[in-house]
Design a protein around this ligand. Structure first.
Ligand SMILES: [Zn+2]
Length: 227
């Protein structure tokens, strides 16, 4: 799963919880940030093999610290605690539910990966591997990514009474994510090394976080100025 993860970020944001969209963009990919970092450090192992599955070249054969179920639960707890602590210092609204939402957003990554990944997600350590393997079916996997992303964006637009200009920006951002997914799924390319792939993850994911940050600034002044 790739851009489909962002569906949860869009869907989780409401005017009530006021968790910034960029925080949710980090949260839904938090496990992959850890994974990319551990691959760069040589602690987790990745092979990039052309045609490994129909929809992905990633053979993540050792990633127990970022992608086991136990690790996912633990990292979700860490993220919720971290956001809760940040909130108590900065006085966020609905601190407890906001922290819980961030934790659940982190955990959503494992659930969506479970659908897409081949059997490479361990329950604990490096054993009892699970994965429904939708990546073996390129078009259905692509369709699911786009469908959940669209659903998340529709929920975001329905639940956040944003200025018209921001609504447009969110839709353009959504279209850009679809284009990125088309490139990832359908454009043939030579496999990168494991380390280059991990650096790419850091760059692309952080770019999306920055765009999410900017998108929520758009039209803000105009909203405040309204009577
Ligand atoms: Zn992942």
């Amino acid at each position: 799963m790739f851009v489909g993860h962002y569906s949860i970020a869009f869907a989780a944001k409401t005017e009530r919880n006021r968790v910034p969209l960029w925080v949710l963009f980090v949260a839904v990919q938090f496990l992959d940030y850890i994974w990319a970092t551990l691959v760069l450090l040589g602690i987790e192992k990745l092979r990039v093999i052309k045609g490994f599955t129909a929809g992905s070249m990633l053979d993540s054969y050792f990633h127990p610290y970022s992608h086991s179920l136990i690790a996912a639960v633990a990292w979700s707890g860490v993220a919720a605690l971290a956001y809760g602590t940040f909130c108590s210092r900065h006085g966020c609204q609905y601190r407890k539910s906001a922290a819980l939402i961030v934790g659940l957003a982190v955990f959503s990554h494992w659930i969506l990966d479970l659908i897409a990944h081949p059997r490479d997600l361990p329950i604990y350590d490096n054993t009892w591997k699970v994965g429904f393997g939708l990546w073996n079916y390129r078009d259905p996997e692509f369709a699911l990514e786009i469908a959940v992303l669209a659903g998340g964006i529709i929920l975001y637009l329905a639940r956040n009474a944003t200025a018209a200009i921001r609504r447009k920006a969110v839709i353009v951002f959504g279209i850009a994510l679809v284009v990125v997914q088309i490139g990832d799924t359908y454009v043939p390319r030579t496999p990168l090394t494991d380390k280059a792939t991990a650096i790419g993850v850091w760059i692309f994911y952080t770019l999306f976080v920055l765009i999410a940050f900017v998108v929520e600034k758009i039209g803000r002044r105009r909203q405040i100025d309204l009577p």
